[in-house]
Ligand binder design. Structure first.
Ligand SMILES: *Cc1c(COP(=O)(O)O)cnc(C)c1O
Length: 378
């Protein structure tokens, strides 16, 4: 069997182990320590001058803390992009609140401004104003930031920007991860950079960062003994993981360039396939990190469809994956309200994510190209 080609696997730059070794040498194994501070600083200077970053145990934890800090509690409603990974929505339920799912729009595959506003009006008419909007930059593609921000402002509802897949992407020259009231990042193993597992919360308000750190470290009051006035969480990033993150920050831009090269590779490969569309930026104001490169079949049929292509690639030990299944179609969320049409459902039924890692060399690319051409009998 040929070596497996993964959708997106960790890609170390080389210096990560030095920072981890430093942590061992100085016995900074426990949470906090110099790597955590330095990793946060590196993220802050990468994102923007106004960013304050708290390194956490996961992106999910960052969303959870955002909801807590926005006061979301039992009986509340939170608007959330339906087409996303479940981690965008699960923390809403942790808080005893109800997710209200919104369809995607076809340009970016992200939150539809039209259905977002329709949902806000409908929920207000029912007597309940939503407490927050969770918008996602799916596959690294920036959502319609200006349109979503205008609606958020009009109705005075804060935005949690789920930038888990979009570190290195930008919108009108401004980095993703700087647009929300709270913005979250993920460094899970398959993301654009990894700390083996981890996440971060970014905010323009330093008091929000301090509050996040307080909650993430068991909400200890200022006292010599263990004194608590709030419920706390164990959500901080460890100094070991942050060491990996420091090394990864040194190669982030290079890895974004390589992911974008993979996207070009697929654009080239499919350039004369009228039946396939490669997902790309719909205008020049967008810069996607192309975390994953995706295609859609214009008219899938019995012979040509995403699932058959996926199985055919699997036979060559090449991993591919369906697009995110929308949350409003998930059994666990079957009772949650949904506003929209069939855009996200159609994307799910016609799309496929292809191997996109920054570590795919020419040999891997040749194997992918040959397997795809073989499937389409070209
Ligand atoms: C990965 C991911 C998350 C969660 O991040 P973790 O670090 O795995 O908890 C949240 N939202 C989206 C869209 C993601 O892809």
């Amino acid at each position: 069997m040929k070596e497996k080609i993964y959708l997106s696997s960790p890609h170390m730059g080389g210096t990560e182990q030095n920072y981890v070794q430093d942590a061992f040498d100085t016995n900074w194994i426990a949470p906090l320590g110099p790597n955590v501070n330095a990793f946060e600083l590196a993220l802050e200077s990468y994102l923007s001058q106004e960013s304050h970053v708290a390194a956490l145990s996961s992106g999910t934890a960052a969303i959870h803390l955002s909801l807590i800090m926005l006061g979301v509690g039992p009986g509340d409603e939170v608007l959330c992009q339906s087409m996303t990974f479940s981690a965008s929505a699960n923390p809403i339920v942790y808080q005893g609140a109800t997710p209200i799912f919104i369809d995607s729009e076809p340009d970016t595959w992200n939150l539809s401004p039209h259905y977002l506003e329709e949902a806000i009006n409908a929920r207000i008419a029912l007597g309940k104003k939503p407490k927050a909007i969770i918008a996602v930059h799916l596959y690294g593609m920036p959502y319609k930031v200006d349109e979503v921000a205008a609606i958020a402002k009009k109705y005075d509802i804060p935005v949690i920007e789920d930038s888990a897949e979009a570190l290195g992407s930008s919108y009108n020259g401004q980095k993703c991860g700087t647009f929300g009231h709270f913005s979250i990042l993920s460094f899970n193993g398959n993301k654009i950079i990894t700390t083996s597992g981890g996440g971060a919360l970014a905010t323009r308000d330093i008091s929000n960062k301090n509050q996040a750190l307080f909650l993430a470290t068991q909400a200890r009051d200022d006292a010599p003994h263990y004194q608590h006035s709030h419920i706390g969480y164990n959500y901080r990033m460890s100094n070991i993981c942050a060491g990996i993150g420091r090394g990864q920050m040194e190669v982030l831009d290079a890895h974004v360039a390589l992911r974008r090269e993979m996207n070009l590779f697929y654009k080239d490969l499919f350039s004369n396939f009228s039946e396939i569309k490669v997902f790309k930026e719909y205008n020049n104001n967008l810069f996607s990190n192309h975390w994953l490169s995706c295609i859609t079949f214009n008219k899938p049929d019995k012979n040509n469809n995403p699932n058959a292509l996926r199985e055919s690639l699997m036979a060559e030990n090449i991993e591919s994956r369906p697009l995110w299944k929308p949350m409003h179609l998930q059994p666990v969320f079957k009772n949650s309200p949904y506003y929209g049409n069939t855009t996200s459902e159609t994307l799910f039924n016609t799309g496929l994510c292809l191997p996109s890692g920054s570590n795919l060399d020419q040999g891997a690319r040749d194997r992918i190209a040959n397997a795809i051409l073989k499937y389409f009998k070209r």
